[in-house]
Design a protein around this ligand. Structure first.
Ligand code: SF4
Length: 333
């Protein structure tokens, strides 16, 4: 796996240094990635085009605020296709679904719109391709995560889940010369490479994926938090507990030297005790987090004397994905 290349590394001051020594470092990039932006816009456009209710299988993205906001507009979130009335409009979430889910939606004659992130679809294609070539596919990822279920469902007879380095001992394959690893898109880069190393010690012929499966957004957010963390007494990651990439940011911050790191959905969840004796607070957010929630944290800190806000920039992101075909006429500007 290649490390993402920083386009720009630097600290930008947006306010003068504070006499109190209190400051905020804002990681850049943070928040919405291209896949989340597309998925949320897909649901909004589907609401505009077809009217409420629109059904979405699972959370469209793993963020409480996004899900609650869409639910208020008439989106009904379901766990499975059999909860959707026949003929209704159903959106598949950014995390992707297995062929079995597509089949069950078709059997109920649902009008489906697929908001799967194209970078997840890429991993599905890899799984299908290597299963066709009869490889054993070792899928590094978290048990029970929707993305992993969708990818594994492309080739259930060929895919084995490897949930971290400690799971390697129990992995067995049919032919050690025909083994490839793939991964969930939102893992810790460093931990994944530890898992790969353990796998390679066991299966020296292990093949690498044709290209990085951990997506650009996950990697970029981890690089930014790593650059910022050594200077931070506290890192606040805005994100939901079921957001894999957000949880990873907390781990990466701690691993990179932050003295404390916490995950919050909203500023109101910040415990003022976390700020005792703290001079530098780093802020970042997961790929499914709207910027308004980050600004809520900035304001919370400003009200407590953290007026000096500086950006720590390690990459500039410009990627945009086209909307699903059914909705392409009307992209928001
Ligand atoms: S985190 Fe990565 S894989 Fe997931 S939606 Fe965003 S760009 Fe796509």
């Amino acid at each position: 796996m290649s490390a993402p290349v920083p386009l720009e590394v630097g600290i930008t001051r947006s306010a003068g240094p504070s006499a109190s020594g209190k400051r905020v470092l804002l990681a850049e990039p943070r928040g919405y990635c291209a896949g989340v932006d597309r998925a949320v816009e897909t649901v909004e456009k589907a609401l505009d085009k077809y009217g409420a209710p629109i059904y979405v299988r699972k959370e469209i993205v793993h963020n409480r605020h996004v899900v609650d906001t869409l639910a208020e507009r008439g989106v009904v979130f379901v766990d499975e296709t059999d909860e959707v009335p026949e003929g209704a409009v159903l959106v598949f979430s950014a995390h992707g679904v297995s062929p079995a889910v597509h089949e069950s939606a078709a059997a109920r004659q649902l009008r489906t719109i697929d908001a799967t992130c194209p970078l997840v679809t890429k991993v599905h294609q890899e799984a299908k391709r290597f299963a066709r070539d009869d490889f054993d596919i070792l899928l590094i990822g978290h048990e029970g995560h929707e993305e992993v279920e969708g990818t594994a469902g492309e080739a259930p007879d060929h895919v084995q889940l490897v949930d971290g380095p400690d799971a390697v001992d129990s992995v067995t394959v049919r032919d050690p010369e025909k083994v490839i690893w793939l991964s969930q898109t939102t893992l810790s880069v460093d931990e994944t490479m530890q898992t790969v190393q353990r796998l390679r010690e066991k299966f020296p012929q292990l093949q690498d994926p044709p290209s990085d499966d951990i997506c650009y957004a996950t990697q970029n957010r981890q690089v930014a938090v790593k650059a910022m963390a050594p200077e931070c007494d506290l890192v606040i990651v805005v994100g939901s507990r079921n957001s894999s990439n957000s949880v990873r940011l907390v781990e990466v911050a701690l691993g990179a030297g932050a003295r404390a790191a916490h995950l919050v959905d909203y500023a109101k969840e910040i415990d003022p005790a976390w700020l005792e004796g703290v001079e530098t607070v780093g802020i970042t957010s997961g790929a499914s987090v709207p910027e308004i929630l980050v600004q809520g944290v900035v304001q919370f800190l400003d009200e407590r004397g953290f007026h000096d806000v500086q950006s720590v920039t390690t990459a500039n992101e410009t990627l945009v994905f086209a909307l699903p075909r059914e909705l392409r006429a009307s992209r928001r500007s």
